[in-house]
Design a protein around this ligand. Structure first.
Ligand code: F6P
Length: 359
């Protein structure tokens, strides 16, 4: 079995389906293959900031029931960058050293961080500052981490969005309406593009491809002339208004993306006279039972991350490339942001299917 090790695992950033499957894989691979102990850190790096550090001793028996569950059994946060941590008095404080101390207080020899590009960048900075042995696992429904073909959570999110398009087809047809479905994805249009094609949408709007309202209305009219009495539009949340403004919603912590669906529905109604309705899918895309693909990828990633630790290969992230797990330096994974290629296979296929993409 080799030398006994104690490793930590945390989930950071927005939750998604498949995180628990990845945690389970890490616990099994560590315990079953090497006899190592695994500690699950609560609420991302916050669990290492508090004293005593908040961590659960995870065993295969404890984690097994979570395989099919959504969310993260460790908790997470997408707020509170430890290098500029918001304090109760409104100031920002660098609390990175407390996290590094927390890692050592728990007696960890390695840390597996499951996160998107932002979280991986923060964890890497912490690792470099404190000499932590870090291995990353990519997760995000947005699928915008470069170098990996898919991240944990994306497939489930696309399934949820596709089901929504499927459901909207019937009600749209019954009422001869233009239905607008607003989906998540941050600055990338991957969810919108995949769900739109899979669900047979008529129009897909993504931040990577510009559009005009006239173009949309002409397409709706063309469809009507061809005998289709309704139209389904899938729009990614980061698509801008025709004037180039970002649609955001204010909340207690600032602004977040949202509102492009309402903008389009109103503008289309005014210009074309069509009856329009909007559905904003929101966080349903992050929740629910993980798809088989997310569980599969999460399991492969978790097991491979443990192997990297066994080989003392740190500062790497596991990625999915051509049906295999490939380790890539974290630096490379966070260097670029992956967006939809406007001339790539998916966009080309959509156009060939008569789907209007804007241009
Ligand atoms: O990054 C994942 C994501 O779901 C984005 O698609 C979305 O814009 C954002 O997080 C929503 O964040 P919050 O959970 O803070 O509302």
């Amino acid at each position: 079995m080799g030398q006994q090790k104690r490793i930590g695992i945390l989930t950071s950033g927005g939750d998604c389906a498949g995180l628990n499957a990845a945690i389970r894989a890490v616990v099994h691979a560590a315990a079953d293959s090497y006899g190592w102990e695994v500690f699950g850190i609560r609420q991302a790096t916050h669990g290492l900031m508090v004293r005593p550090p908040e961590a659960l001793h995870l065993t295969p028996e404890k984690i097994d029931p979570y395989l099919t569950t959504g969310g993260t059994m460790l908790g997470t946060t997408n707020k509170g960058n430890p290098f500029a941590f918001p304090m109760p008095d409104g100031s920002l404080c660098d609390r990175s050293q407390e996290i590094i101390e927390g890692y050592h207080l728990l007696g960890l020899e390695a840390l597996i961080g499951i996160g998107g590009d932002g979280s991986l960048a923060i964890l890497r900075r912490l690792a470099q500052q404190g000499g932590l042995n870090l291995v990353g696992i990519p997760k995000t429904i947005d699928n915008d981490v470069s170098v990996t073909e898919c991240s944990i959570g994306f497939d489930t999110a696309v399934s949820v969005a596709t089901e929504a398009v499927d459901r909207l087809q019937f009600t749209a047809a019954s009422h001869s309406r233009v239905m607008v479905l607003e989906v998540m994805g941050r600055d990338a249009g991957h969810i919108a593009m995949c769900a739109g094609i899979a669900g047979g949408a008529d129009i897909i709007l993504i931040p990577e491809i510009p559009y005009t309202l006239d173009g949309i209305c002409e397409h709706i009219k063309r469809r009507q002339q061809q005998g289709k009495n309704y139209c389904l539009i899938v729009v990614a949340e980061a698509v801008r208004t025709e004037a180039g403004d970002r649609c955001t919603v204010k909340d207690s912590e600032g602004c977040r993306l949202g509102g492009i669906g309402d903008y389009l529905a109103e503008a289309i109604c005014v210009r074309s006279g069509a009856e329009t309705r909007v559905t904003v899918l929101g966080h349903t895309q992050r929740g629910g039972i993980p798809s088989h693909l997310d569980r599969l990828i999460a399991t492969c990633f978790g097991a491979a991350a443990v192997e990297l630790i066994a080989k003392d290969k740190y500062d790497h992230v596991v990625t999915w490339q051509q049906r295999s797990v490939v380790a890539v330096p974290i630096e490379q994974a966070i260097a670029n942001y992956s967006t939809v290629n406007p001339q790539g296979t998916l966009a080309t296929t959509a156009r060939r299917m008569g789907i209007f993409l804007g241009s």
